[in-house]
Unconditional design. Structure first.
Length: 552
């Protein structure tokens, strides 16, 4: 067994002794690190680590054991070929743990000669300038407080800090450089990753890595309310690494959180989410105040669980369902099982200059299968507000941009007719908002032979009462994980943007959480289809004579 520096062994011992609770992910990490150190050809550069840690004298604080632990692994553990063993750090813990203080210290060190790389530029990114500059300002203030001491070693202004010895600089940003020319970072930081809805900023920011030796990435964050974004991807990968399902590929996953919702009611368990809590009595006092507010109104004070305990509540009041149930709905299925099956359809046509969604709903072996599509008006005034990766979804075939002033009603009607023919299925009934039916009536009659008129009667005009009576059934199906739509990030987005509203008369309806930037059209189309799904209960598969499909 190779020798382990005190900076690492001290924290491993803290995990082992568990004098205060540590979460399952920390225990898994301890096992992973011991395994790597025992089995791989890796080594610590201890003189380099010792020099780095000596810089604590310049800071108004010393590093906590957990900080020294990840610092040593991220910055001074090397493979046999001389490359970093952990070039990427994902540090996720409850708010108040000191993530920004850690980043400030790490970047201060990497600007200086012990790093061994000149012009090792560092860029810190976040969605807001105040957040992006938080760690940077910690070091800026240290330099400003004692300019006579530091002017021999640094040049600084309100935009960047530069080492005189290495010519390495540190800047903060809220957007990636517009050109990659001359952009050669040694390290990129991403703060509060839970706010990133897509990879646009990250993809551009990391393209310059590799032009300088020892490239690093650091992701620091708490949990948050954006689901299906960068944070969930990073968390899922981290959990797979810790459970040894996938190789780490140079990623160090440091996660601190409650392991169960009920642990929030045992204050000693709060240490699981925040490894610095034992050193901050004032933080403990603040958490106790926030906890009392959480007990009185868990919904209004849900950030206590999400941000402080690093564990979002399993399901928030008014949410359509839990994120876990939405992921369960995202499991893949073989579309061949839908061939020749009866189905119903749903359309949401709320605005011709916004989003339009349509889909087919099948029921087989008590599972509801939803097969949708969306059309987006390219001239919609709401598009600049939307952060979802719509163009990526278009490339996946999940939606279609319409380059016109509005979305013609023929598009959803034609799509339903095409899928009916492609799958050899029989659309028994269609649900649509009664206020929008007139916009689609002719197209539905022409392409599908469907009408709300009594002599045909295969379209139901959905009213609030219909949705209200259907919501409990949809909720139960989600809870029983009896809804499947495949790997559909658009459907997860639509559902996660929806909420259940209770009217003053006690009626339930699905509404948008936010009216402009968080669209719900795909989920509303699904709900419309569920409103007419009772006809599927005893429906027989379509006959082998597929001509039946086109009998109106």
């Amino acid at each position: 067994m190779k020798e382990i520096p005190a900076a690492v062994s001290e924290y491993l011992d803290i995990i082992d002794r568990e004098e205060l609770p540590v979460c399952d992910e920390q225990k898994q990490l301890a096992v992973l690190i011991r395994s790597i150190l025992a089995e791989e050809d890796v080594h610590f550069n201890e003189p380099q680590l010792e020099k780095y840690l000596s810089y604590q004298k310049h800071f108004p604080y010393n590093l906590f054991p957990w900080e020294k632990f990840i610092f040593a692994l991220h910055n001074t553990l090397y493979r046999a070929d001389g490359l970093l063993r952990f070039s990427e750090l994902f540090a996720c813990m409850g708010r108040g743990g000191g993530k920004n203080g850690y980043s400030a210290y790490e970047n201060f060190c990497l600007l200086l000669p012990p790093n061994g790389v000149k012009q090792y530029d560092i860029f810190t990114f976040a969605n807001a300038e105040d957040q992006a500059k938080m760690s940077w300002e910690d070091v800026y203030n240290i330099l400003e407080d004692n300019p006579a001491k530091f002017k021999k070693f640094f040049v600084w202004n309100k935009e960047e800090i530069v080492s005189r010895q290495t010519r390495s600089k540190w800047k903060y940003c809220t957007s990636a450089p517009k050109t990659k020319d001359g952009y050669r970072p040694g390290k990129v930081d991403f703060d509060e990753v839970h706010e990133y809805q897509d990879y646009k900023l990250i993809d551009v920011a990391v393209t310059g890595l590799g032009k300088k030796a020892m490239p690093r990435r650091t992701f620091t964050t708490t949990n948050g309310n954006v689901r299906g974004g960068v944070f969930d991807d990073k968390l899922d990968k981290s959990l797979q690494i810790l459970s040894r399902e996938v190789p780490d590929n140079g990623m160090l996953p440091f996660i601190c959180r409650l392991n169960e919702d009920k642990e929030v009611h045992d204050k000693i368990m709060w240490h699981k989410a925040n490894p610095s809590l034992r050193y901050f009595p004032h933080l403990q006092a603040e958490l106790e105040i926030e906890y009392q507010d959480y007990l009185v109104n868990p919904t209004a004070n849900s950030s206590f669980m999400t941000k402080r305990m690093n564990r979002p509540p399993t399901i928030m009041e008014n949410e359509v369902t839990s994120w876990e149930n939405l992921l369960a709905a995202s499991r893949e299925y073989d579309r061949d099982i839908l061939q020749g099956q009866p189905c119903v359809a749903g359309i949401d046509y709320a605005s011709t200059i916004d989003f339009v969604s349509a889909g087919l709903l099948f029921r087989k072996d008590e599972i509801d299968y939803w097969y949708p599509h969306t059309w987006v008006c390219a001239q919609s005034p709401d598009l600049p507000r939307i952060k979802a990766p719509l163009r990526e979804w278009e490339a996946l075939g999940l939606l279609t941009f319409v380059n016109a002033a509005e979305i013609p009603p023929e598009l959803p009607a034609c799509w339903l007719a095409m899928k009916r023919a492609e799958l050899g299925c029989n659309i028994l009934k269609l649900g649509i908002d009664r206020y929008r039916y007139t916009l689609l009536a002719k197209a539905l009659r022409d392409y599908l032979g469907m009408s709300a008129e009594k002599e045909v009667g295969n379209i139901k005009l959905i009213r609030g009462q219909d949705e209200m009576t259907t919501i409990p059934g949809i909720t139960a199906k989600f809870a029983g994980q009896r809804i499947v739509w495949g790997d559909r990030p658009d459907m997860r987005w639509y559902a996660n943007n929806s909420k259940i509203d209770m009217t003053k008369y006690g009626n339930m309806t699905y509404q948008k959480i936010e009216p402009k930037s968080r669209k719900t059209d795909g989920f509303k189309a699904f709900a419309a289809a569920e409103c007419v799904s009772e006809v599927l209960e005893n429906a027989a598969p379509v006959s082998a004579d597929l001509d039946q499909v086109f009998i109106y």
